[in-house]
Design a protein around this ligand. Structure first.
Ligand code: PRX
Length: 681
């Protein structure tokens, strides 16, 4: 029998924490602020003199901090006995060992006990104005039905279920159902091709896949079941495919397929009980795999585990966005990416929030879609990607101003550097100049946000385009990439962004390849977690991400971040991508691909001269592009990231060596062919 029980005050780690704190904390004449009012999880730390001190403590005494927070935030069936057992030099990361809990109980049951009729999900379907709401009680019932269905069809604790679905309530229920019965999930973004899906199914060794008959996005029907059919042909492990109905169109079913919620015939899901006994999981059991691209090799299945991941997603969701009870949280990411996992599903649900599932695109049926949704659903926190902001900026302010955005309190940005122009437009136009813009830096590997402008102080200064401050328990360091991995201790400096301390949300391994995990993240700078990104630390100690280190270019001995060049604001330019190319004299030269805003009518030669002048003026002469190529659009991943790797190959005329294009948003590769045809050399 499952007994949700919060950790009791008897729990050893907590009293231990208080003892340590009492001896460590010097409470001087500084005025004390009530940290417990700001962060109830820190109620035991009465001696801490304010939020800054609490942040310091979360790093200097991270075990006590995380023990207290884990006790307070999560419902445990058995308390943990060891806060952490980590050794970064060996890539060993374990948190809250001895503890047992169930993630779905934490996300659903405990809210159903207190507020069953609170809306958990608002499904903003592709068809505008047809949103559907699901209460916590309804979501728990749906989750239990799916959990029972999976169990009845032989899915066991420790199995891995692949989910290939659009962002919809049943996808969320499927993720939570896996968590409920102790199976891991492997959500594959529903825009991936059959080959990419098959590769992920094979690597995860899934015997069960969950999908829908068809997806609908931007008014177009997407044949998801057909893609699964093709994929599983090369996946001998797959024994069964559950098929839900997103549209009314029937699809061909094979002997392997099970109609999941088909009302007409089998009613599989409706047969199931709405009570499903939750598996009692160890803190370090696998919660999910999520595949992401590395700079080399095939996609890697990063592994996240139960307690640490959930705790970190919940805490960051609460504090980075200043989420409060009753708020409607609108993260527009697809559930197929880590942002969807942490800030559409796990973080918000762990906090009992109302979370929005956005199924559509920013410009369907028109460029007012996001802001219409904000007005209709009364969204309080909006979290999106700079690429969408840049796109919408091109269409003009009128699409924003049409709608009431007075409910908005915080605007978030994620996934790539947000250039100054986009940041300012987001702040000034979308947020009416009154909503803080939080540029959040993190990765699939980190599980949740690590650097963000206001993680501990809701009134802190925000500098446009800067992620700024580390979250509680996060200790970023910059390491010199050239001088034998030396730690850079001063400010106003740039280096490889590493983490000097483990935190509960970090990935534990790469599925089936722990060696690659160690080599990628822990060997480059022994003793540190290497993020793969470069960062700048300002005079004030704020962090700004300069981009992947492989995007840093070296021109005549000067290092320059491509993002820095792209950030030079030109009113005619909507978007640009800068890459380095081999230059016979300078080592590397600068090649810029530029997309103009709609309706701009200027001579390319004039604009090139203007852009060069601006870059020289804003950065330095050496940074000004050797070549500027005007393009209609840039090759992007389906999550909206510019594929600079592809641009480099175009510039090198190496179309043979383009590598894995499974994430490209243009399956016919027209955009690449076009760029190649007008290539400047
Ligand atoms: O280069 C950084 C960039 O996105 C990478 C992580 O990508 P992914 O694992 O797909 O996760 C994306 C969503 C968290 C990072 O290594 N990145 C992410 N956020 C930012 C960013 N670059 C600059 N600023 C950010 N706020």
């Amino acid at each position: 029998m499952w007994l949700p029980c919060g950790c009791t005050s008897k729990y050893v780690a907590s009293s231990f924490a208080r003892r340590i704190l009492a001896s460590h904390l010097h409470v001087s004449g500084r005025s004390r602020c009530n940290v417990a009012a700001f962060m109830p999880e820190a109620a035991g730390f009465e001696g801490v003199s304010g939020r800054a001190a609490l942040r310091e403590l979360s790093v200097s005494n991270s075990e006590s901090f995380w023990a207290a927070v884990a006790r307070h935030r999560l419902s445990w069936s058995i308390p943990f006995h060891t806060v952490q057992d980590c050794d970064l030099s060996r890539g060993k990361i374990k948190w809250f060992e001895g503890g047992k809990l169930n993630v779905s109980v934490n996300c659903l049951d405990r809210h159903v006990h207190t507020c069953p009729e609170r809306v958990a999900l608002i499904w903003e379907r592709d068809e505008r104005g047809s949103e559907m709401k699901y209460t916590y009680r309804e979501l728990l019932e749906m989750t239990c039905r799916v959990g029972n269905l999976l169990r009845r069809h032989g899915v066991k604790r420790g199995d891995c279920v692949t989910i290939y679905m659009p962002t919809c309530p049943l996808a969320v229920a499927s993720m939570l159902a896996c968590a409920r019965i102790g199976a891991a999930h492997n959500v594959v973004f529903a825009g991936f091709s059959a080959d990419a899906l098959a590769e992920r199914i094979r690597d995860a060794q899934s015997s069960t896949v969950i999908t829908v008959n068809q997806g609908v996005r931007g008014g177009k029907v997407i044949e998801l079941k057909k893609t699964v059919d093709t994929a599983v042909e090369s996946c001998p492990t797959v024994k069964q495919v559950f098929v839900a109905m997103r549209t009314d169109n029937p699809v061909t079913m094979t002997a392997r397929d099970i109609a999941m919620e088909e009302v007409r015939e089998q009613k599989e899901m409706l047969k199931e009980d709405v009570v499903c006994e939750p598996a009692v999981m160890n803190s370090e059991d696998v919660l999910f795999l999520l595949y992401t691209s590395g700079s080399t090799g095939k996609p890697k299945g990063l592994v996240h585990t139960q307690a640490g991941y959930l705790l970190y997603a919940a805490l960051t969701h609460r504090y980075v966005f200043s989420y409060h009870d009753g708020d409607v949280f609108g993260c527009v990411a697809d559930i197929g990416w880590i942002t969807g996992h942490s800030y559409v599903v796990y973080g918000p649900l762990a906090n009992g929030a109302t979370t929005v599932l956005f199924e559509s695109t920013p410009i369907y049926p028109d460029p007012g879609r996001y802001w219409d949704m904000v007005e209709r659903l009364k969204i309080n926190q909006f979290y999106g990607a700079p690429t969408a902001i840049r796109l919408l900026l091109k269409y003009g302010d009128q699409w924003v101003n049409k709608y009431d955005r007075s409910t908005l309190k915080t605007l978030g940005s994620v996934g790539e550097p947000i250039n100054t122009e986009a940041w300012e437009w987001y702040h000034r136009v979308v947020g009416d100049g009154r909503c803080p813009v939080v540029d959040t830096w993190w990765q699939t590997e980190t599980g949740g946000i690590c650097i963000a402008p206001r993680p501990s102080d809701p009134d802190a200064e925000i500098v446009p385009g800067m992620a700024m401050r580390p979250f509680f328990g996060i200790k970023p360091v910059l390491i010199d990439t050239e001088v034998s991995g030396e730690l850079l201790t001063s400010n106003n400096t740039s280096g490889a962004l590493c983490m000097a301390q483990p935190w509960p949300g970090m990935a534990r391994t790469i599925h089936n390849n722990h060696q690659r995990f160690i080599e990628t993240y822990f060997q480059p700078y022994p003793g540190y977690f290497f993020t793969g990104d470069g960062a700048y630390r300002s005079e004030e100690g704020y962090y700004q991400i300069t981009g992947r280190l492989d995007d840093v270019i070296n021109v005549s001995g000067h290092r320059i971040g491509t993002a820095e060049i792209e950030d030079v604001v030109c009113p005619a330019v909507a978007e640009s991508a800068v890459i380095g190319y081999t230059h016979s004299i300078k080592g590397q030269g600068v090649y810029a691909f530029v997309v103009l805003k709609k309706g701009i009518d200027v001579k390319e030669a004039d604009l090139s001269r203007q852009l060069n002048g601006m870059v020289s003026e804003k950065i330095a002469k050496y940074a000004s592009p050797d070549f500027i190529q005007f393009a209609q659009r840039l090759p992007k991943t389906r999550s909206g990231k510019i594929m600079r790797r592809v641009l480099r190959k175009v510039v090198e005329s190496d179309l043979e060596g383009l590598g894995d294009l499974s994430t490209l948003d243009d399956p016919s590769h027209k955009c690449i062919k076009y760029l190649q045809s007008c290539f400047c050399f």
